[in-house]
Structure formats: structure tokens, C-alpha cells
Design a protein around this ligand. Sequence first.
Ligand code: SF4
Ligand code: F3S
Ligand code: FES
Length: 255
Amino acid sequence: MEITFRIRRYNPEGGNKKPFWQEYTLKDVEETNRVLEMLHRVKWEQDGTLSFRRSCSSGICGSDAMRINGRNMLACKVLVRDVVRGPKNTIQVEPILGLPVLKDLIVDMEPFFAHYREVMPYFINNDPLPADGRERLQSQEDRAIFDDTTNCILCAACTTSCPSFWANGKYVGPAAIVQAHRFIFDSRDQGWKDRLSILSEPNGVWRCRTIYNCTPACPRHIEVTRAIGEVKLAIQRGKREGIIDPESIPAKFHE
Ligand code: SF4
Ligand code: F3S
Ligand code: FES
């Protein structure tokens, strides 16, 4: 089949300093081709200036999240037949929203990763290792509690589909909460109080208004809104039981 790509272009260093739409026609496209492969064909066969991120082409690295026909997806996981529209078999592609566009489909991910770092996304346990030198053991039931949120690949599809994040980029965003959830609910981790304190501050979980764009946007099928709800409940429980002391919130999160 023949398809038409309608792609949002932007190059602040080129002659045209404003974003604009550009169309490309591709022939001999199989309906089972992936959108990422077709973007490669545009770049390699027609326009080498087209810029986008990709690495694994297998839904693992999380680098090619983009807005395809108005919805966030990984271009490497989407088949042409599932997104072509209209008489010209059109596929519209834009950069994800809410982060500064650097060029074409490439956004500046630093604000996203800054929020990720805020939640201390690493294992904390200062106790000595077990005497037998083995790893810190955990029951299968305890592991299952955060199994879903271990699947996050930090693609940003959830955070950049969230209207609360579009309205206020200081909101830590669903991806950072998913990452925090993975450690907060790990029975071996000792940093959960700090993480709950961080997420109880004004730009933490309470900026989530349960709009639910994030869950269908997740290419790993993580129940993002559910994870956020579980963190909200943990904060409420922590406050009720006097575990979370508002004064314990690190000063850098007060602004
Ligand atoms: Fe991507 Fe899903 Fe992780 Fe959000 S939760 S960053 S959508 S993998
Ligand atoms: Fe945003 Fe998802 Fe909450 S879309 S408002 S983080 S449920
Ligand atoms: Fe790695 Fe798509 S290129 S997830």
C-alpha cells in the first residue's frame, strides 16, 4: 500500500524557526510494517534531515515514544495497519507533549529525568548483608506487590500524556511515581518514608487528578493510575499513623 506521513518538523537552527507540518509519501508499505521502520525509510530514502530517537527497535529501551495520531506510543511497537487513517492512508506523527522540542521528534528529556531522580529511584538498605553472604531474601508474595512497576522502561509516554503535567511541569509525573512505587513497596527497602514525604509535597502525587491518560499510554501495560492510587493511600496512612513527618521533607523539595 501507499501511505502518507504527516510529520511535525522543527529545527531552531535551520531557516524555518517555527514548527511546521511536512508530508512524505511512501510506496510498497506492508500493513505489518512498524511505524519506526517507515520513519527510517523516510529518513534514508527521502529526507536525511528528519530527526528522531530510537535504539532497540524492540520496545525495550523506551527511546522512541512519540505522539501518533494524537496518542503516545512507541513507534517500534506500532503496526502501520493499526494507525493509518483516511483515503490517503495517513499517519500523523508529533513529538510527545510537555517537554521542550529540540529538533523534529526529539524532546529534551532532562526535566523528565530530573523528576525521576527526585524520588530516589534506587534500593536503600543500610543493614549489614546476611551473614551467609547471600542476597536479601524476599517472599514471592512480597515481590508480587511491586511486580507491575518493575516493568517501567522510562519512555515518558505516561508523563507526557498527563494534562496535569502539561499544565505544570513541576508535577513529578506518573513515571516518577511508578518508579517510586517500585521501591516504596519493596519489603527490603528502607527509603520508603523519605519517598513518601517527597511525594506528599505540593508537586507530588496530589497533582494527579485521576485523569487516566497515563495508563492506556503505557506500552508496558503497567497499571499506572492504580500505582499512583496505592502511593496516595500509603501517604494518607503514613500521616494518620504519624510515620510521615512533613518536616522531614528535604529542603530542596520545598520550592
Ligand atoms: Fe513508559 Fe509505562 Fe514507565 Fe510511564 S510507566 S515511563 S509509560 S513504561
Ligand atoms: Fe495524570 Fe494519570 Fe493522574 S493522566 S492526572 S497521572 S491518572
Ligand atoms: Fe527502543 Fe522503541 S526503539 S523502545
